[in-house]
Design a protein around this ligand. Structure first.
Ligand SMILES: C[S@@+](CC[C@H](N)C(=O)[O-])C[C@H]1O[C@@H](n2cnc3c(N)ncnc32)[C@H](O)[C@@H]1O
Length: 295
């Protein structure tokens, strides 16, 4: 069952007439060393982001196939990438980011896990000219697009994805959606303030303020309209995902590894994962590798 506080937030978002303004991130490209350190800590496998990375990781697994070249836009310290690369040793991943300190962390993490199927490029996700037309099999991105300064920059990014993606390629690009009421932003932003570095809470609040409204995401994503659909978490668009159809069939070995990761989560992480599965499923987005039952 969702908590009473979450139900209250859903209800508020459904009836409010407020439309809180979008405020771009103060640290657009995350190269402040303290911000980078706080983000890295919150992304550890046992820390606050673990259920979110697991959810997005399972969705990414659905849209990629063995032998693929997969580009992760704005990969940051590669927490997400490390999880997915470990689950898919026969897929080649490229992480792209504009922050050198983030890329340094990313290279360290991938090396520490002994992963050989990930490489990194320094670059801007709004200009993918280093990649040719129809040159990658799938494009993924998690919790990063809100760092773009404007809806126009978001549109340029999607247009670049449409250019470099092979026909029938995989897409999973997910980010926070802008909540209408300031009180809802405060609820999510401070939910785990006692379990994470203070700087991460501040960064998270900044992210929620910088998130794009779902309508803006849908209109900016028009270049990808034939290849992916926009899904929102039901009731309140806490997260918005652009996802293509699944590109791989039932994979028992992968599902059992995901099941193991799910079982290994602490109880409060399991609740977060169940909320994400439920809210996206009610918004029309399923994730077969995570199973149909709540976590
Ligand atoms: C909140 S982090 C997300 C990192 C990662 N995707 C994850 O899920 O943990 C946002 C990342 O976007 C990067 N970024 C912001 N603007 C960018 C741009 N225009 N091009 C490439 N990377 C960018 C930042 O440097 C930062 O590493």
């Amino acid at each position: 069952m969702p908590s009473p506080a979450l139900l209250q937030t859903v209800l508020r978002e459904m009836i409010t007439r407020e439309r809180s303004p979008r405020t771009p991130e103060p640290d657009l490209v995350m190269d402040d060393p303290d911000n980078v350190a706080a983000y890295v800590e919150a992304g550890r496998e046992d820390a606050v982001m673990a259920p979110v990375y697991l959810f997005h990781g399972a969705n990414i697994c659905e849209v990629i196939r063995p032998g693929d070249t997969v580009l992760d836009l704005a990969c940051g310290p590669a927490n997400q990438l490390a999880l997915v690369a470990r689950l898919n040793p026969d897929v080649n991943f490229i992480g792209l980011d504009l922050s050198e300190p983030m890329l340094e962390q990313a290279r360290e993490l991938i090396a520490s896990k002994g992963l050989r199927n990930v490489s990194f490029r320094h670059g801007d996700i709004t200009d993918l000219s280093m990649f040719g037309p129809d040159s990658v099999d799938a494009v993924v991105s998690t919790m990063a697009l809100h760092h773009l300064p404007s809806v126009a920059a978001l549109g340029r990014t999607y247009a670049e994805v449409a250019r470099i993606l092979k026909p029938g390629g995989g897409i999973y690009m997910v980010d926070f959606g802008h909540l209408k009421a300031q009180a809802s932003i405060d609820y999510f932003g401070n939910q785990y303030a006692d379990r994470q570095p203070a700087l991460f809470t501040l960064d998270y609040l900044n992210s929620l303020h910088a998130a794009f409204y779902p309508d803006d995401i849908a209109s900016a994503a028009r270049p990808l309209a034939g290849q992916a659909r926009v899904y929102k978490t039901f009731g309140l668009p806490f997260m918005v995902a652009l996802k293509s159809s699944p590109r791989r069939g039932h994979d028992a070995a992968l599902e059992s590894r995901l099941e193991g990761l799910k079982k290994g989560l602490p109880e409060w992480h399991k609740t977060d994962l169940a909320d994400l599965i439920r809210h996206f499923r009610m918004g029309g987005m399923r994730c077969a590798p995570l199973g149909n039952a709540p976590a």
